[in-house]
Design a protein around this ligand. Structure first.
Ligand code: AMP
Length: 420
């Protein structure tokens, strides 16, 4: 086990890091355009935060959390998602005293004891954004646009946006009752999980993967038919704003999302070429969450998307950048006597901002030139004996194989000039 990473985790090796950073940079850039600032919260929190925030009875809380007692016996949990932590921070730091809405984004590892498969990990990474403090449907539409813009800018097409409204504490009880009346005669046919959902959260029966294809599921009452006036108008405005922004979407009245805190708008973005794990992101409005976590009644809306699935999709499409950046200079060192000159020159070039490397293992000139090629160096500095006697070095332009002898004291300015 010593040399095996825990099941459901994965190293992000140097060969993949450029891809990850490229994705992160696009996300940061889009967040800047949308005026969202980064927030970083702890990776573990008190367990109650998630029990309260996500909700006992959800799959995440009941089956998937990495919960343990720390050395003083306190129960802590590795965060399975970041919204509850952001809201905790909002309340704890009294960010509600600042101009509203607070618009923040985050990226980082999340932990869920899930059954690992392609696109489903136990340590995975999310990018997400939250806008807290506005009940305007404009913010719902804005967060959806933020998510869609990131994915489109990365080059992903074939995206499917599904939206729904899950109502609010005014209209949901009535819909709950309609659903219970509808499912009661079928109770015995439902899976065990759905039987326990029947009392606690009948809405979530619609989201069940096991019962999904049972014929009676399709006929279940639609929540969009039970919305109160406020929720109905809110949903209509969100749709209108998406229309205005030419964002295509599909209203899916079975979409409920796995977490308890959602109100009104709920959405999911799918990328079908990913197959079984096609959801790349999802989110919605959570107007009750801040109060639930001890803050003043404050509305909020946000989403999260999964890095691993995005990277997988980009990889499949050949949309990730080169695995390694090219370097400017590689120093070829034929013998130990040249080492000090090469080291000094490489350091001077690095100080001037160039990306440089030098030979560091015992190998032939030919093998060293090969390394310069592999590093995609623009120049090779060849520290041959004859040139060294003259206080100089041979500079080889790797693109056209032309060579020129340059005084050691002038190498930096030579490379600088060659840059323009
Ligand atoms: P959720 O918080 O469950 O709505 O998840 C939001 C997004 O995070 C999903 O659409 C996935 O892209 C990603 N995600 C959730 N769980 C996992 C997981 N176990 N492994 C990889 N990605 C995940």
């Amino acid at each position: 086990m010593l040399t095996v990473a825990p099941r459901g985790t994965k190293d992000i090796l140097p060969g993949m890091i450029n891809g990850w950073r490229y994705v992160e940079n696009v996300m940061r850039e889009v967040c800047r355009e949308f005026n969202y600032q980064e927030i970083r919260t702890p990776i573990f929190e008190h367990t109650e935060l998630f029990q309260r925030g996500i909700g006992d009875g959800t799959d995440v809380v009941d089956k998937e959390m990495y919960t343990f007692n720390d050395r003083s016996g306190r129960s802590v949990t590795l965060r399975p998602e970041n919204t509850a932590s952001v809201v905790r921070s909002f309340v704890e730091n009294k960010l509600y005293a600042e101009p509203m809405p607070l618009k923040v984004y985050y990226m980082g590892p999340m932990f869920r004891y899930d059954r690992p498969q392609a696109g489903r990990m136990r340590q995975f990474h999310q990018f997400g954004a939250e806008a807290i403090g506005s009940e305007s449907p404009v913010v719902d539409a804005e967060t959806i646009l933020l998510a869609v813009t990131v994915l489109k800018r990365l080059g992903l097409k074939e995206l499917k946006l599904k939206i729904n409204s899950v109502g609010c504490p005014n209209c949901r009880p009535q819909h709950r009752k309609l659903l219970q009346d509808y499912f009661r005669p079928h109770l015995a046919e439902l899976c065990e999980d759905c039987q326990s959902r029947f009392d606690r959260s009948p809405l979530r029966i619609l989201d069940c993967k096991v019962d999904h294809d049972k014929p009676f599921m399709a006929g279940a009452p639609k929540i969009t038919d039970s919305l109160c006036d406020e929720c109905h108008d809110h949903f209509e405005t969100v749709k209108k704003l998406l229309d205005e922004a030419s964002v295509e979407y599909e209203v899916d009245s079975t979409l409920v999302r796995g977490l308890d805190y959602y109100t009104k708008t709920a959405y999911e973005i799918q990328y079908s070429p990913l197959g079984a794990q096609s959801a790349v992101g999802g989110g919605g409005r959570y107007d009750g969450l801040v109060e639930e976590l001890g803050g003043p009644s404050t509305p909020g809306v946000g989403f999260a998307m999964g890095f691993e699935r995005i990277i997988l999709a980009l990889e499949n499409q050949g949309l990730l950048p080169e695995t390694k950046d090219a370097i400017d200079v590689f120093a070829v060192v034929p013998d130990a006597a040249a080492q000090a000159d090469a080291f000094k020159t490489v350091m001077a070039l690095r100080d001037a901002g160039f990306s440089c490397d030098m030979n560091q293992i015992d190998r032939s000139m030919k093998a060293q030139m090969k390394q310069a090629d592999r590093d995609r160096a623009r120049f090779a500095l060849i520290f041959g004996e004859d040139e060294r006697q003259r206080g100089a070095v041979m500079v080889r332009n790797m693109a056209d194989s032309s060579q020129q002898e340059v005084k050691l004291s002038e190498v930096v300015s030579y490379i600088k000039k060659a840059e323009v």
